[in-house]
Design a protein around this ligand. Structure first.
Ligand code: GDP
Ligand code: MN
Length: 376
């Protein structure tokens, strides 16, 4: 998972890496207040999880608080490479004397980390590497040894960075290890006209496999940019929002994935991925249905269950109980097969909800759900 710049900046600051004073907001009015607090002149920076904001008008200087408000109003809502700007960060402007590039990145093939550093920062490193490969130093790091002062000195020397960057190089490694990151990148790392070293841009990619011990990001909403995904995660559901119109609930990741394919094969687009796994069907069904039904894109829902440890009658029972708490507003196509399928189907037949239909095959159910999505 990528962090936003302001979140990565916060981590850098916690680890003692010098960064410009800054604050973040989603309101242009508040941007004016922040600019005032930061001394008037500020850099207004779009918070999107993509690089190259500078070139696309997502990083702009504002001369005073009124200009900061106006610029923020222009940048908020802007589209940068398919990312809509929801927040801006306002930062104290820095007088740059030199721009460097430094990053630690996981080198999966080598089973190591790699320090990538260059005295030619500011532009995208790929461009520098293409134009002048000798200007980009690549130093392997043994993960067991990490980066201490000698190694940091080696990296700085190889890239032609000034010795004052060694401290930042060491702390940046501490960010990587301490925060369970797969990538930390500073572009540009600058030397100011007064000779101070500052991280002017901050990028961090966290290792999702370490989320269990970095759970502060769950509550800060960094993991789930989509509000429905956040709501689902809060209920412990394995839910991914997609952009189609057929809501999908299934048991087991494999079955859910093939359900996505079959629905797509019927000419409809899946609206989500929801795996109910093998847990308590009534609760999960109620939670899952409420999340899916509150997605305005969803036109029909396909529940595809192959009963195993979770028997079909328990799932059917879960659906019926869910109807007590969740008002069904969209057609539901249910396909139950496997363990106790006959009893499961009977439970749904008995409930006879006008919006619930059953199908005996996965293909038939997918076709029906696709049709309903297109007609309702
Ligand atoms: P990116 O384009 O998404 O990587 O965004 P950056 O945060 O790296 O900003 C783009 C460029 O704007 C940087 O490379 C700098 O050259 C410039 N920039 C950003 N902040 C400042 C600042 O405070 N002062 C000056 N002079 N330039 C800045
Ligand atoms: Mn940058």
């Amino acid at each position: 998972m990528d962090l936003y710049e302001h979140q990565a900046r916060g981590l850098f600051e916690e680890h003692g890496i010098p960064v410009p004073r800054a604050d973040v907001t989603s309101s242009a009015k508040e941007a004016r207040e922040i600019a005032r607090r930061l001394g008037g002149r500020v850099v207004v920076k779009a918070q999107v999880k993509t690089g190259g904001r500078g070139k696309t008008g997502g990083v702009r200087l504002a001369a005073d608080p009124a200009a900061a408000e106006l610029t923020s109003r222009q940048i908020l809502g802007m589209d940068i490479k398919g990312h809509t700007v929801g927040k801006v960060m306002l930062a104290q402007p820095i007088d740059i004397e030199a721009e460097f590039y430094v990053a630690y990145v996981l080198d999966r093939a080598a089973g190591r980390f790699l320090a990538v550093a260059s005295a030619e920062g500011g532009t995208e490193i790929e461009e520098v590497a293409a134009r002048r490969p000798e200007a980009v130093a690549r130093i392997p790091i043994d993960p067991a040894e990490g980066v201490h002062s000698a190694k940091a000195g080696e990296i700085a020397a190889a890239a032609g960075l000034p010795p004052q960057t060694v401290d930042v190089l060491e702390r940046l490694w501490e960010v990587l290890v301490g925060e369970d990151a797969l990538l930390v990148e500073v572009n540009p790392l600058v030397r100011t006209e007064k000779g101070q070293i500052l991280a002017l841009d901050s990028k961090v990619t966290l290792d999702d496999n370490a989320r269990f011990r970095q759970n502060r990001w769950d509550t800060e909403g960094a993991v789930h940019d989509d509000p429905l995904e956040a709501a689902a995660a809060a209920k412990g559901l394995n839910y991914v929002k997609l952009d189609g119109e057929v809501g999908i609930i299934g048991n087991g990741a494999g079955l859910v994935m093939s359900t996505l394919d079959v629905v797509a094969g019927c000419g409809a687009r899946p609206a989500n991925f929801l795996d109910i796994g093998g847990g308590a069907p009534a609760r999960i069904m109620a939670d899952g249905l409420s999340v899916i039904l509150s997605d305005p894109d969803v036109k029909s829902v396909f529940v595809n269950v192959f009963g195993g440890i979770t028997a079909c009658d328990a799932v059917a029972d879960g659906i019926v109980r869910a109807l007590d708490g969740v008002r069904l507003t969209k057609p539901l196509v249910v396909r139950l097969d496997g363990n106790n399928a006959v009893r499961g189907r009977a439970i749904l037949d008995e409930r006879a909800h006008p919006l619930i239909q059953q199908a005996t095959t996965m293909d038939g159910a997918a076709r029906r759900a696709a049709q309903l999505a297109h007609t309702s």
